[in-house]
Design a protein around this ligand. Sequence first.
Ligand SMILES: [Zn+2]
Length: 480
Amino acid sequence: MEYEVVVGLEVHAELSTKTKIYCSCKNSFGSEVNSNCCPVCTGMPGTLPTLNEKVVEYAVRMGHALNCSINRICKQDRKNYFYPDLPKAYQISQFDIPLCEHGYLDVILDEQGNTKRIGVTRIHIEEDAGKLIHEDRFSGSLVDLNRCGVPLIEIVSEPDMRSSAEAKAYLDTIRSILQYLDISDCKMQEGSIRCDVNVSVHPKGSDKFGTRCEMKNVNSFSAAVRAIDYEANRQIELLEAGGTVQQETRRWDDMRGQSYVMRSKEDAQDYRYFPEPDLLTIVLEEEYVKQLKNSIPELPNAKIKRYMTDYALPHFDANLLAENLDKAELFEEAVHIGGCQPKNLSNWILGDISRILNEKNIQLQDTKLTAQKLTDMVKLIEKGTISNTSGKTVIEVIMFEDKSPEKVVKEKNLAQISDTSALDAIVQEVLANNPKPIEDYKKGKTNVLGFLVGQCMKASKGQGNPAILKELIERFIQEA
Ligand SMILES: [Zn+2]
């Protein structure tokens, strides 16, 4: 039988406010254990929380970006449960009236830029819990309460995704929106974004959903993809064997690539939700909500479509550029300076520049690259002053030194050799060393030309003008 997979996601994103949600402790990562907490965030009896307005602002902006309606009057609720990393034995969250609800996100699914609309059920604000530390050196576990009170938004989707690929596209888009709005640092490795994954399967064609299982705290998007694929297969195998899927919470073990039962699904009433008596009702002025809506910048999907139509970039390029705001800004600034092809700029940003950033594990702002330097360099290549290969040398320098591309070209003597007499000798030597490709060429395999040009470029240390080299090679072979 053929099955349809149904995926719903709950994304928890830590907000990058200066201070925590209910106290004035710094909202920072990596402090010494239990040094960044106070009586409020550690839940000492008699302390009172005060809501950080920035948390509301950030959440409402996300709500606008995901096309939600904003509840201008809402409350916060206590979600009661005992866990060692939550000393007060309840988490302040939002239960029946979230700050934002009934939204959607259009996710781009293919190269043509076709989109699918994923419903966003709600976005609510809540506080994070601490962290347990399990170390072999100690018997038992230790607790670090620094993370208690770090502000979170939880973004709950409708079960609208039908594959792990759609889920990945949704998660990637959510992450870039958080970055565009500058409300979360989105550092997956520090746990700034985690997600709970809900998966069910049902026979294709049936409109009744199957029983779902939830996997909590999946901490990377690629792990979410693996968890969804594994869980869908597990459920299908179970049904095929005549079994039934139990509603339960499972733990995804990414190392082993398997999920395990944690507990049968708890119902909402198990948490004994009730309105938080220590906090005021949140009341937002209409004007304020409107102001926040106007502050939303152009979002990634709009940017992708604009790059495809205005600059004729393929979806692949547009998507990669829009995914990273720094790269998108560099690209746009360079296009704005003008004088070279947008596609060439994109090739450099996504090619060598990204490679260098990855190798050194740094960001664009850690370099000395400017849009002006980049356009100047691409212009030199487009005019034929330097070859593409020499460009690779230039970029390595201008990214880290206060030098113009022209200066680097002069200092390193990179100007392209277009003088045929200087190139003659190189071509002849390369041809003499490569009789086999020449035979192939004569038999009609003209694609060996690229190989021969490459060999000549190498021999000229990247300074030969490839167009002229190509002409010379063709001429020599014909004359021979
Ligand atoms: Zn505190």
